[in-house]
Design a protein around this ligand. Structure first.
Ligand code: MF3
Ligand code: CO
Length: 256
C-alpha cells in the first residue's frame, strides 16, 4: 500500500531531508585529493548525530545483500556507480565520487546523492556529472500530481539517451517515508510516458538517475556483495533527491 503523507508528515520529512543535504554539503567540501573515504564517512556520522538524526544505511540489510551495510555513506569512485563501501584508499585528483546519504529523523527518512569531481577532472567526467544532474532535475519536473510514474522514467531516460549514456539496469528510485524503501518499490529511470502508477499529492519518492559514460546499461556486482560497478568499466554517476508531490508541484525535501 502506498502511504500518502499529510502536510504534517511532509514537514518532518523536510527536516530529515535537511539533515541529509547538510551532511552531503559537509562531506563534499572535505572530499579533496588525498582524503580517505572512511574519513568522509566519519564526518557524515558526526554530522547526522549532531542533528539528532540516525544514519539510515548503517546496518541496513536488504534480502539481496550478503551482510548488513557497514557504514553511514555509500561512497562510489569512478566505475563504481552505487553502494560503494567506504575504504581507506585515498581519493586522487581526477576521480569522480558519488556520495549517497540517508538519515532518519522523527521517524521519517531522507535519501539523497551527488556525484562530485575530486580536484580537476577531464571534460568527459564533467559532462557525465552535468548530464546526470540535469536528468534528475527533469525527472523531478515530471513528478506532478495527475501524471504517471512512467513520466519520470521517460524524462530521465531521454536525457541519458540524448547524451549517449547507459542507464544502470536493475537499479531504480523508490518510495520513501517511515521506511527508506517503501511503495512504490521502484521509481524507474526508464519507461514509457503515461504508464505506471498515478502520481498523487502526498506521494514521497526518491528519484535517482544512475548513468554510465560508456553507453552500456549493464552493471557488475563487486566481490563485497554491495558495490555495483559498470560492466564496461567506464565511469558512472548518480544523483538523487527525495521529493514530495504536492498541489503546488514537486517539492525537493533533501535541500539545505
Ligand atoms: N540511495 C540508496 C538506495 O536507495 C542507498 C541504499 S544503500 C544501503 O538504495 F546501504 F542502505 F543499502
Ligand atoms: Co535511494
Amino acid at each position: 500500500m502506498v502511504a500518502y503523507k499529510t502536510p504534517r508528515e511532509l514537514a518532518i520529512m523536510r527536516e530529515a531531508g535537511r539533515v541529509v543535504a547538510l551532511t552531503l554539503e559537509r562531506v563534499a567540501k572535505a572530499a579533496v585529493p588525498g582524503v580517505r573515504p572512511v574519513e568522509l564517512d566519519a564526518i557524515a556520522a558526526r554530522t547526522i548525530k549532531e542533528h539528532e538524526a540516525w544514519p539510515s544505511f548503517l546496518h541496513y540489510h536488504p534480502r539481496w545483500a550478503p551482510s548488513p551495510y557497514p557504514a553511514t555513506l555509500c561512497l562510489s569512485v569512478n566505475d563504481v556507480v552505487v553502494h560503494g563501501i567506504p575504504d581507506t584508499r585515498p581519493l586522487r585528483a581526477g576521480d569522480i565520487l558519488s556520495i549517497d546519504c540517508g538519515a532518519v529523523l522523527g521517524g521519517y527518512h531522507g535519501d539523497a546523492a551527488i556525484t562530485i569531481p575530486i580536484g580537476s577532472v577531464d571534460a568527459g567526467a564533467a559532462r557525465l556529472l552535468e548530464v546526470t544532474e540535469r536528468a534528475l532535475r527533469h525527472g523531478i519536473e515530471a513528478a506532478v500530481a495527475g501524471g504517471r510514474l512512467g513520466d519520470i522514467g521517460h524524462a530521465v531516460q531521454s536525457v541519458a539517451r540524448a547524451a549517449g549514456y547507459g542507464i544502470l539496469e536493475g537499479c531504480t528510485g523508490h518510495g520513501i517515508g517511515t521506511a527508506m524503501h517503501e511503495e512504490p518499490a521502484a521509481v524507474p529511470n526508464t519507461g514509457p510516458p503515461g504508464r505506471g502508477m498515478r502520481l498523487r499529492e502526498g506521494l514521497t519518492i526518491a528519484i535517482e538517475p544512475m548513468f554510465i559514460e560508456g553507453g552500456h546499461d549493464a552493471g557488475r556486482m563487486l566481490p563485497d556483495g554491495w558495490a555495483i560497478a559498470t560492466a564496461d568499466r567506464s565511469r558512472g554517476a548518480h544523483f538523487e533527491h527525495t521529493i514530495a508531490i504536492t498541489a503546488d508541484g514537486p517539492v525537493v525535501l533533501t535541500a539545505p
